[in-house]
Design a protein. Sequence first.
Lengths: 407, 229
Amino acid sequence: MFFQLGWRNIWRNRRRTLVILTAVIIGVWSMIFLGALMRGIADQFVRNGIKTLTGHIQVHQPGYRDDPVVENSITEPSVVEAALTKRLPHGARWAPRVRVNAVASNARHSTGVTMVGIDPPREALISFIGGAITEGRYLNSDDPYGIVVGKALVDKFETQLGYKLVLMSQDTEGEIASRAFRIIGVYRAEMEATEKQFVFVTMSAAQEMLKLHNAISEIAILLPAHGEADQVAGALRAELPATEYEVNTWQELLPMATAILKIYDWTIFIWFLVVFIAMGFGIVNTTLMAVFERIREFGLLKALGMKPRWIIQEVIIESFFLLILGMVIGNALGFLSVLALSGPGIDLSALAAGTEYWGMSRVIYPSILGQDVIMANLVVFILGLAVSLYPAVKAARFTPVEALAHT
Amino acid sequence: MDIVKCTKVKKTYRQNTVAVKALDGVSLSIKKGEFIAIAGPSGSGKTTLLNIIGGLDAADSGRVVVDGNVLTAMTQSELAQLRLHKVGFVFQSYNLIPVLSAQENVEFVMLLQGVPTGERRERARAILDDVGLSGMYGRRPAELSGGQQQRVAVARSIASDPSIVLADEPTANLDSKTGASLLEIMEEMNEKKQVTFIFSTHDKMVMEYAHRLIYLRDGRIVEDQVRKR
């Protein structure tokens, strides 16, 4: 009957209950939805980073990351390949690359780029480039002079498919090496900066141009799941001598992404608290009003022999119903909003320059994380009940004689 | 056997800086099964005396014993237990819980006592039948007349099987016919269940129903007469 009493009591002032219920619903909805949006942004950020030639793990020669020159190449890729065959989990994919800084130029322009020599079929399975061609075609393994460039670079260089582009870099003998390539494909990436930075040629062409023979700059690995990176990297480190090979996970390769993930974690937590503080005042206010309106009634309950803790329990039950109801509806609306946007996403193309500055994708797909939902609900439920204690204790402290005399 | 015994009970209230003597050395004994009216003009101390006997208020000095319990030596929690098990209350303005039906209002005290659901329901309905509210079990207070609400309050007061029922001006808000009818019900309950009824009033018609009339003035008993009806 305590629950019956609590349930009926909250509907005594229907309008007030609906107002506070709306506040709880909006609060919970915003926690779930905006939390999912932030997770979506962070998730896209990491995905973009991983797809943009990072992968989950990379193997280099020690020193390459500090000074990415041809001298710091892996000269025996077969050793790494053997370790990969032995240690990679089922479903993992990998590709070798030559990656050096170069100068790209045509008749009118020149600019610094990163020349990436790839094994076209392997690379297509681990990075964005395989599915990013919008004009022309992707590289074949036997394209000694073919080059794939970004749309932004094409625009900047005022060039087009079929035109020449000269790449210039330093070879293993310390000489300036250059080679003329013909643009056979144009790609689009999430970010314009990527389109301007990376140009793709076949690995054999890059090796030949830079006199690398069989040497490569790195091996990038894509795992079936983000979470496996640490464990697999550990296994590879155990397999490969540390003096000759350096194994890094995406968290180490993308320190900015890792920092942003941490910042987002805290932002979400602070957001939850801010929403709750606003909601908490509403809950306290409403409950206090409900308590003060019923001073005589609490006096009666005490006169009938109800102990103070039962009165506290009674007031808390009323808050419990408000919170549960608000949480159920707020969660449902939050999930529905995320579901509705998970297909088309939120298109921020109009703000592309701004979003790119912050490393965001053009289209954001909200992504619900179980731990965020649990935390949002726990924050609302536990703190909601905690703030209701104040009015509840007030109700329990009325003396029967004073309360019954209250008009 | 005395169910209530008050000895030299004093109570003074402070209204701003003025001290008002509500009870000034009241001593009285009430036996089990009595049907007593405490009469007197407004401010004579009737409500204060009932509140002190019911453990709702504490005396400044003196001794109050209810069914063997010395109230003046009990904690708030013990007093709450005493009110729950030994004392029933009827208030002038009914004071029913508005969101509960007549039956639920009667059941509520038994719920606090821990009476099982089935027994609670059965007893509540039987008491409501006794006070003439058969078929009105599910009605909420707002759907009942003043007289009917006060009958529910009487039913609630005896539902806990108390030793005494304290009724503070129970007929003050009722017309004389409804008031008389309520007093007849209270008298019937008194006889049937041997529950001691103590009610305050300043209405002569109500005093007529009392088997014993205690008259208070300025916080003192000025008359204590046993009457025969």
